[in-house]
Structure formats: C-alpha cells, structure tokens
Design a protein around this ligand. Sequence first.
Ligand code: FDA
Length: 405
Amino acid sequence: MGSGTEVIDVLIIGAGAAGLFCGARAAERGLSVQVVDHAKKPAEKVRISGGGRCNFTNLHTEPSRFISENPYFAKSALARYTPADFLDHLRARDITWREKKLGQLFCDEKSTRVIRMLLDDLETAGGELRLGVRVGAVEARDDGYAIETSQGRQFARNVVIATGGLSIPKMGATGYAYDVARAFGHRIVTPRPALVPFTLSGRLKETAAALSGVACDARIATADGTEFDEAILFTHRGLSGPAVLQASSYWKEGEPVTVNLAPNAHDHLQTEKENHPNHSLARALEATLPARLVGALPDLLIEDGPDAADLTRRLGDIRNARLSKIDHALTGWTLRPAGTEGWRTAEVTTGGVSVDDISSRTMESKRAAGLYFIGECVDVTGWLGGYNFQWAWASAAAAAEALGA
Ligand code: FDA
C-alpha cells in the first residue's frame, strides 16, 4: 500500500501515542492511512509511562500547564479535544481508571491496555501499521509527498510527523521531526531534556548520595519564579522527585533553584520553642522532616543553617534571632544544580518544531500544505502528570479532523 506508484491519503511517521491515535481517527473518516515506525514495537513510551499504568491525562488540563514559546498555541487543540473526550473514548472500550492525585488519571490495568486500544482502533478503522521501517527524506511533489523508506519509495497526499522528542534514545528516540521540519524551512526551538532529575557536584553531591532514598515535601522555585509544591527525593547523583522534575522543565543551565524544606511549617521552630522548650532542635525539625535529612542539614544548609551542635541544643537555649535564621535557611535553601541527568532519563523534551509556522487549529505546516506535526516533536511540553499524553491526543485529533479536508 502506498509504495510503487499508488498514492495513499495519509502516511504517519511514528507509531507512538500521537501517531496511532491520529491514524485511527483519520482512517475512521474513510482516508487510506499507513502508520510506519522504525522500532519493532509500537508505543513503547506508553508502555513504560506512569510506572507501567499510563497516566494518560490530567483533569486540570489548561494551557498554563504547557511550556511553549507561544503559550497560546496549544489552546485551540486542547479546547477541542479535552480529557473528558478521552475518558469517553476509554469508557466506550471498557477501560477503567483512577485518580491518584492532582487530577492525574491512571489505568486500572497495565499501560499495555492503552496500547492495545490504540492498535485495535487503527485496525478496526482500516488503517495499516508497519514496524521496523527506516524512513528517509520527505520530498514535496505536485500531488503530495514522496518518502524514501527501507520498503521502497512511498507516496502520500499528506504526511504526519509524529516521531516524538529526543528523550530516552535507547528506546528509539531521534531528531527526525526536526530534520524534516528544517528541510521545509521551519525553525527549531533548541530541544532540552525536561522532567529530568538534577545532578549536583562536590560536597553537595556527596551529601545527597548519603541521603539517597530520602524524600520530603518541599516547594521548589526556579529563577523565573515558577514554583512547584510536591515531594523531592535525594539520589546518588543529586535530586529527583516530582517537584524537581517539574522544576527541571523551567530550569536553564547555570541558574540556581530555591528549595523550601518547610513549606507547610511557617514559624514552626518558634512555636515549638514556646510549647516545648526542653525539646532539642533536632526533635523539633523531625516533626516535619525525615530524621536522616535533619542529621544532614549542617552539610546541606551551609549558610545560616544549623550546625551539629545546634541540633542537640534545647530549643529554650537558642535565641529567637538564631531560630529565625535557621528557619530562613530551611525555607530558602538555594543551590545551583551541576546539570541534569540528560536525555538518558528525561521523560520529555522541551523545545522542538517551532509553533510559528504551524496552524494551531490543524497542526498543518504553514510552509508545506499536507505536512503536519503532532505530539511531542512540537514545541509544546506539558507538566508532569498526564499533560503530555493529553497533548498527544489533542494535537492528533486536531490533525485527524483536518487531514484531506
Ligand atoms: P512517542 O515518543 O510516544 O512516539 C514516537 C514514535 O516515533 C516512537 O514509536 C519512535 O520509535 C518513532 N520514531 C522516532 N524516530 C523515528 C524515525 N526516525 N523513523 C521512524 N520512527 C521514528 N506522559 C504522560 O502524559 N503521562 C505519563 O505517565 C508519562 N510517563 C512517561 C514515562 C517515561 C519514562 C517517559 C520517557 C515519558 C513519559 N511520558 C508521560 C511522556 C510521554 O510518553 C510522551 O510525551 C508521549 O509518548 C509523546 O507521544 P508522541 O507520540 O509524540 O511520541
């Protein structure tokens, strides 16, 4: 199909969340559709997502939870295909889910159930899937596009690029979308690893490594003032946990981040001193922080933080001015990450094909009619918590509706 001289309606490159969803919806409209992927298995990132349970959407989806050079770009697609629409889709296929926290919806079954749904939808609608296909350049012709593949030259009236971002190269991530986009004159917003742990260096790294596995609630703020209230986790290399992953999407190399280790305990130490003057400082801190972290505070909070002797002192023996300095050090721990763990562990890519020259209504290139970019390859990146899949579904639905129209 589509090779030799036959021209199919739609060739979708990339059989991930966006490509498969788009393929089924376009085929349901009666278009001839082929989805190709160089990997041997489709939708591998769906499989590993959400700890194996696919956090497939978020009830609080709104444009402010997406990062893009143009914050308004995602609005149209997100408004026209909402989390409620995706839930209707799942309901019709007897797939059940639960909310874990913060509007994050996960499958009750394994994430492979979502992959099976995507594949069944495509097949039922008459779309074709070909795996293990290497894809080369996309060339414009009068009647559409010619695409070099390891299965010969393919011809299609429309081409949808759904090859995702650069994260996790060992799972087959490539910069293919950026190459195609550049070839048609699109600008690329520098791709950066996002939703990724921070690495630390020197003494801070050693302290974090010693605390590896310790987690606590925190508020983390990046230099641009973006804040996230969630858990942080110390690791052998530095810091992880949901709050850190979220902050990493807004962080730029060399910038500091500020961590509030007592977000819900304002003036906690003063109150403890009034109520329990005989308690040690360590005991007061352990009311809100893990004991191992309290023991390591002298190494972490170098400026104005408690030293080892302070930790054993009675609260009643510590002057109020000193307590408020310690409180200040706890709530404003400023550190400079050495970097991030990079593409190897990043969940997503910020940046990508600039939205300047893409229609926000249809995802079609403004430079090449019949060429579409959907999903993560576009410069739209969601927060942690199901937002990236919602973007994959919504951008795929927008393109599928417009294809061949
Ligand atoms: P996706 O990356 O899914 O698919 C792209 C496809 O294109 C792949 O099948 C790939 O093989 C193929 N491809 C690439 N280059 C090619 C080439 N040159 N030729 C042919 N084919 C090519 N999001 C979320 O909302 N909730 C969650 O729970 C999670 N969890 C999660 C965990 C982990 C570990 C990761 C890495 C990521 C997540 N994500 C997530 C992010 C989410 O997985 C991601 O945003 C979507 O899968 C993006 O969908 P796309 O279809 O755009 O790309």
